[in-house]
Design a protein. Sequence first.
Lengths: 424, 424
Amino acid sequence: MNSTAISDREYIEDICRRSRNVSRLGMTLSSTLKNKALLRIADLLAENEEEILAANRIDVEKAHEHGIGEVMADRLTINSKRLAGISDGIRQVAALKDPVGEILWGTKRPNGLEIIKKRVPLGVIGIIYESRPNVTCDCAALSLKSGNAAILRGGSEAVNTNRALVKVIRRGLADAGIPEDFVILIERTDRSLVNLFMTMNDYVDILIPRGGKGLISNVVENSRIPVIRTGTGNCHTYIDDGFDPQMALDIVINAKTQRPSVCNAMETLLVSEKAAVSFLPVIADALIERGVELRGCEKTVALCGSKIVPASELDYETEYNDLILAVKVVSDVNEAIEHVNKYGSGHSEAIITRSYENAKLFQDKVDAACVYANCSTRFTDGFEFGFGAEIGISNQKLHARGPMGLEELTSVKYIINGDGQIRT
Amino acid sequence: MNSTAISDREYIEDICRRSRNVSRLGMTLSSTLKNKALLRIADLLAENEEEILAANRIDVEKAHEHGIGEVMADRLTINSKRLAGISDGIRQVAALKDPVGEILWGTKRPNGLEIIKKRVPLGVIGIIYESRPNVTCDCAALSLKSGNAAILRGGSEAVNTNRALVKVIRRGLADAGIPEDFVILIERTDRSLVNLFMTMNDYVDILIPRGGKGLISNVVENSRIPVIRTGTGNCHTYIDDGFDPQMALDIVINAKTQRPSVCNAMETLLVSEKAAVSFLPVIADALIERGVELRGCEKTVALCGSKIVPASELDYETEYNDLILAVKVVSDVNEAIEHVNKYGSGHSEAIITRSYENAKLFQDKVDAACVYANCSTRFTDGFEFGFGAEIGISNQKLHARGPMGLEELTSVKYIINGDGQIRT
């Protein structure tokens, strides 16, 4: 197909059709073959380091010309060490248990029908993402391991890097005897292509957006393909009446400052009235010392003084992804639960308490993917949960909730064996 | 709230907000309380038979005035016996195992964190459906049992019946001490309201359309709320080279004629070349005798003569839901699999064979929710599968596939207990 002569619709439809066609094979690909391809890809990435790094330099230079910030430039950059890390990640995926074919349930019905429920691949997974080129390899590896065909749509700023990576991935697939269309990159970078892609529900089974709020809300609002919403985290930590001060200090500092840009970082600290009197000034100083800007309710300001910026309603709604923290004094665990359920994004929420009763109340009544007692919200992560992989963190309730590993990239199929049964 | 003075948007938003608010309680409602409410509703339906039947008569009369057909009028009608059946169905739901709170998985991580994965309600379920008023009670009962709040949007032709039923359901909830907003009926019947409803993704967790193709594709194309697509069934039966003729005859007749209007009825018969020579004329006569119109490929016409209407491409794509059957002679099981994967809707597919190898090939490679060997496709049904209930049959791959029972109306939640863990 001459890619310059065809329209965007034809271009996208051709990609989706090819992906759909090869995806049927995913149901019967053996673990051995899939692992062979993964290990081959890991080797080829190392062997082709020069070409990949050269392509990446073009992207990074262009990004600098466009005045990209240092943080973004760093996210875009691949160096020798990072590429080795990507290869290692792929080898780790090869070592994981293959989820496809697992028998999840079975029954023999009174009429003699034997029904079993099996795990099967979803089919075609579309992934729309920004910047970090390691996502290209992660998603390709996890999709392949779970028997799915993947269509990747990375950011335009990383297109040269992604093209170089996908070229290597496809060679690895072919070397192992798997059709290379199991992984396809959408190379055209016009924004309108994303919206076209999202109408391809006849070919694509699931769409996973990975990136900023704008990207995710565009996909949720416009996609006809079922979407898994990932990555929005307005997370809270609540300090209850009775608590261990050192533990609370460690957890709060960790949840806010260890990596403020990520979705499982704390955005609002809730403190019970009782705990606030002695503890809030201490924790405020510790956070301010670490460069955190605090935006507090009236009571917080009264307790801690002018170093606290008064908080508005908007502060409680905001996912800062930055060294800023909203603080609110609440009367008790019930008000904390109410606040979390009103403002939270259903991602990760924590209580710090010595009370069995309040821990249980909080964990039962807070409506979120992950509800913690006495630890940092930063643990919401596929690796930390022991899944060995992660394709994103879902904060919707349908299909997958919380960290998504290989199992979350599968569907099910019922196999029914009879000997002539008819329905009466 | 004065319902005539407010706009459609305010009306719908008020319903969704009320539903969202009470839905939080669903996570902690005890089985005892939910069952108490269900049994109370079943009793109240019987006690209020007169009022319900009177409301239903208004709907049926109006429908006749609008020239509704006999079949549709019958679907709309509730009589004493049918109402008793509805009550029985609700009592059966009360007797089912409560899915909420089930521990699905657990682990202790090297850092001491204990993680458990629990089943929780989805939250707010929206159901958009047509005609049959029993759906109102089924969906309300299944939603309640699985701890979900339900917003019901029935067809305008059944609005009086639905209003009477929901009035009773809400009284039953209140009698058991559960907020009656756990079940809310959208009583305004303008079509535009459905489209407004579908934008309420801030309040509603999942939307299940139950009805004809127009309804379902409108929802899939326009909803911002995650949708479970149900009910489209272009199902096939393939007769392989070696087969038991009597079994094949029984199954084919059953799959096509026992209830042709439903989604798990057969729409296309595929017959291997070998089987076709002797068997196709026999099965054709048997089907024609039962009033089935056959639309066949060239080979079918050549074997069976002029009683076969020549089939077009469109016939293989069509879900007739009627006494019409497309027929095609294929070379072997591989061509059968190809045809099914090309034209099928991923619902229910069957092979009739004596070959272990071909049964396995068909069941492995056909991409559908339910793949049968040697029995009728008509078994795709929550009750036939032993789920004790059914809220629809999903033919998408995300979240739920195949018959959906109580478990498919749940999500999960991770509970993580620590003693001061922070991430390093």
